[in-house]
Structures are given as structure tokens and as C-alpha cells.
Design a protein around this ligand. Structure first.
Ligand SMILES: Nc1ncnc2c1ncn2[C@@H]1O[C@H](COP(=O)(O)OP(=O)(O)OP(=O)(O)O)[C@@H](O)[C@H]1O
Length: 265
């Protein structure tokens, strides 16, 4: 149960449409043509995994979706809003509905777990009582299975626990969309599986729609309702894990061979 569940408003513009809709998206840096005509929908309640080799433009795509980078051409609609047309204030409001889970978990080392979790809430939601803040913190910590760490410092936590706290810190804002950047990077196989399970639990419990960037094909298989394989600036294939990897495309086959290590899903 979420304290501020009713803050997630219905968006009439996207009620029956995708939560994220990308059409014919282009982005270059000088002569480097990174995205060359990307189309992708993320539907409500769906986890879409974006796969691709290093440097193919996965982070660029996420930055365009969140308005941190401007596209050269094309349309990116998030929750019904054309991101490229929003001013800074509108972008800030949109970003409040997006949870970012970064590779390094981005926790403040000098703050306790409780303080880390309170931080976005106190900064962004006005007039919350101490009791409401405490309740929100306790609920998200419970959701990620780490209630007992509330007074610990990030340095006292394992990599997997820090990752969970990072996810909790985004959940406290009750996001509609989660953007996970390499959620399992640097974790051992067992912890990877636990994080994958948490990502699936978050989807169910918080009704989020997500984009996950990963090289980890076990993660893709466990969490992805659909996968989108970014190759040479476009999505070479979009579909379920089985659909994407039952292919004659040598580039996709070699990506699979390099990246799949069986972690017993
Ligand atoms: N602001 C920028 N200015 C110039 N080039 C950039 C900028 N941002 C990204 N690039 C280039 O765009 C390409 C795609 O970068 P991006 O970070 O999206 O790759 P990625 O697929 O996320 O890689 P990785 O898996 O290693 O994180 C790279 O060649 C990168 O150097």
C-alpha cells in the first residue's frame, strides 16, 4: 500500500495509448550519427529492455526521453506530452513522474538510509507532516525488503542493498515510469536475480511502466515483457526474448553469444 497512491493521476491523453511513444527519432553529435530513426512504444504496465553494445546510444535515448538531451528530429511523447516542446518547469514536473535508477545507485554517502529516502520527498512535496514522511520511508523500505537498514549509512550496505535503496528512493516519489540503467551491473549472479525479482515486484506493486538498459541477458529474460535490440542506430528487432533471439541476424546472434551467461532463471 502506498501512502500517496492517489497522487498518481489518470492522464486522459495516454489512457489507451503508450506511456512512452517514440517515432522516427534521430540524434547525432557532429559526424557521429547515434540514433537513426528509432520507433518504440512502452505500454502501460510494461517493462521494455533496451539492449545494445557499448556506445550504441542507449543512454542517449534515455536522456532524450527524460528531456536531458534534445533530439535532432522525431517525436518523443512521455505520458502524452511531447518532451521536446516542454519548458524547464514542465520538464521538472514530468521528471517527478519518472524514477531514475542509476548504475552507481547515486546515494548520498553522508546521509543515513532514512535521510537518503526522505530527501526527494521533502524537496519535492510540500506540506508533508513528519508522520507522513516516516510512513512513506518505512513503506518503500519494506517494499524493497530492507526495513532494518533505516538507520545505516550507505557505506555499511552491500552493492545489492545499495541498489535496492536507490530503487526505494525513486519509488518514494510514486513514479509512473521507471528508467533503469544497468540495474544488475557489478552484482554477483544471485544478487542479480534478486534485483530482477525486485524490478518485477515494483512493476506489479507500483504499476510502473519501465525502460531497462542492460547487457545482462538474464536480466532481460527475467524482467523484459519486450526487448528492443539497438544496432547501428535503429532497433533491429523488437519482441519477446524468444522472438528477438530466434533470428538469422548474425549481429544479434553474436550479441547473444557474448552476453548470455546462464544464471538459472
Ligand atoms: N553529449 C555528448 N556529446 C558527444 N557525444 C556523445 C554525447 N553523449 C553521448 N555521446 C556519444 O554517443 C554514443 C552513444 O553513447 P551512449 O552513452 O548512449 O552509449 P551506450 O549505448 O549507453 O553505451 P554503454 O553501454 O557503454 O553505456 C557514444 O559514442 C558517445 O560517445
Amino acid at each position: 500500500m502506498k501512502t500517496r497512491k492517489n497522487t498518481k493521476t489518470a492522464e486522459p491523453a495516454i489512457e489507451n495509448g503508450p506511456v512512452i511513444a517514440i517515432r522516427d527519432l534521430y540524434k547525432s553529435f557532429g559526424d557521429l550519427h547515434v540514433l537513426k530513426g528509432i520507433d518504440l512504444d512502452v505500454n502501460k504496465g510494461e517493462n521494455v529492455v533496451v539492449l545494445g553494445r557499448s556506445g550504441t546510444g542507449k543512454s542517449v535515448l534515455i536522456k532524450i526521453i527524460s528531456g536531458l538531451l534534445k533530439a535532432d528530429r522525431g517525436s518523443v511523447k512521455v505520458l502524452g506530452q511531447e518532451v521536446g516542446e516542454l519548458d524547464e518547469k514542465q520538464l521538472r514536473e514530468l521528471r517527478m513522474k519518472i524514477g531514475f535508477s542509476f548504475q552507481n545507485s547515486a546515494l548520498y554517502d553522508s546521509m543515513t538510509v532514512r535521510e537518503n529516502l526522505e530527501f526527494p520527498l521533502v524537496r519535492n512535496v510540500k506540506n508533508l507532516s513528519r508522520a507522513e514522511i516516516n510512513k512513506s520511508v518505512e513503506e518503500v523500505l519494506e517494499s524493497v525488503g530492507l526495513a532494518r537498514t533505516i538507520n545505516q549509512m550507505p557505506s555499511e550496505l552491500s552493492g545489492g542493498q545499495r541498489k535496492r535503496i536507490g530503487i526505494a528512493r525513486t519509488l518514494i516519489m510514486n513514479p509512473d515510469i521507471m528508467l533503469y540503467d544497468e540495474p544488475t551491473a557489478g552484482l554477483d549472479p544471485t544478487t542479480c536475480i534478486e534485483i530482477n525479482e525486485l524490478i518485477n515486484e515494483v512493476k506489479e506493486k507500483y504499476h510502473t511502466s519501465s525502460i531497462l538498459i542492460t547487457h545482462d541477458l538474464t536480466c532481460a529474460k527475467m524482467t523484459g515483457d519486450r526487448l528492443a535490440m539497438l544496432l547501428d542506430g535503429t532497433f533491429a528487432k523488437v519482441g519477446t526474448f524468444e522472438e528477438v533471439f530466434s533470428t538469422d541476424d548474425e549481429r544479434i546472434k553474436s550479441f547473444y553469444d557474448y552476453n548470455f551467461t546462464e544464471n538459472e532463471v
